[in-house]
Ligand binder design. Sequence first.
Ligand SMILES: C=C(O[C@@H]1C=C(C(=O)O)C=C[C@H]1O)C(=O)O
Length: 378
Amino acid sequence: MARSKSESNSNSAPDKGASNLAALRGQIDKLDLNILELLNKRASVAAQIGKVKEDQGGNVFSAAREEEVLTNVLDAHKGPLSTITVKAIFRELISGSRAIQKQQKIAYLGPEYSYSHLAAIQRFGEASIYNRTANIAAVFEELNRKHADFGVVPLENSTDGRVVDTLEMFMRFPDQVKICSEIRLRVRHHLLANCAQAEVRRVYSKEQALSQCRNWLAKNLPNATFHPVSSTADAARLVQTEPNIAAAVASREAAVRYNLGILAENIADSPFNETRFAVIGATDSAKTGTDKTALMFQIAHTPGALADVLTAFKQNKINLTWIESFPFREVKGEYVFFVDFDGHREDTRVKKVLAVLEDMCESVTVLGSFPLARADGE
Ligand SMILES: C=C(O[C@@H]1C=C(C(=O)O)C=C[C@H]1O)C(=O)O
């Protein structure tokens, strides 16, 4: 309805506000169209890159190049948008650019909305195809059968330590796959249910998640019993079947997927709970300058053998970032060690240490070099 002059005069401040709002929204509309045009221009260049790769036989996914793209952008970023927002936008932009070249198939330990699934989405975005598997071995099998281009498998959790099933697969099939990227996922456990906290009698979750929230659960749910199930997402699904008495310890995404309320947030006993995942594929990653290398070696059961290996790292000034020992099933008393360290296998000092290890060890397998992962949210 048209307004009379007197009406707008008597109300001039809100009127000015309204026209300001309209003008500002007009600016946003224009900017959105500019952004859209630029996004599609970028996607067209990615499509051309895809053609070059097709001719030259290159991989669609390049962890090293993606890291470079993100570093360029984040170095230039001055706000006011948060870094998390910029990262999320570029994650999807890059995901879409890969999909234009060829949609990538990613295998992960299911079900949907497990932490492995969340880690996979963090790295590969929404424009990829996700194949869930029933166990970690099946992620390796999916790759082997070429049903998936990449797999996402957990390596270690900051509270629970190593993930035995993954390390065992590397040991059983040392040359089957390479690690091409790592993902650090902040694991935030919440108590999900559709009843009140006082009504909760049964709590479902994955065993590790129950253990990571042990003190909180004992203090806040003294009348409940705890039931380990195959995954946190499966726990959330089960709660739907016993809505009046059951709760799950799982992610926010699982709450959305299974229509559950969040009774309590961030209930893990340790405020810092992170899982590190490996992205496995046919090849590892090109060098970026801030890389890590993972390897597995087996040494003779003699005094000082491990100390000699560690000295070789020290002498070459290589910083170890992880070490795990694992009994070698085939020879009693022998151990396989997993380590990762700063540097790329093409760096001179890494080449030197690898040559020394080849001489010292019964076997050495380079699991791969890959860009150092940023902490989740950084
Ligand atoms: C465009 C490319 O392909 C993929 C998409 C990227 C991007 O959108 O920036 C970067 C690396 C690749 O994973 C490329 O290799 O440069």
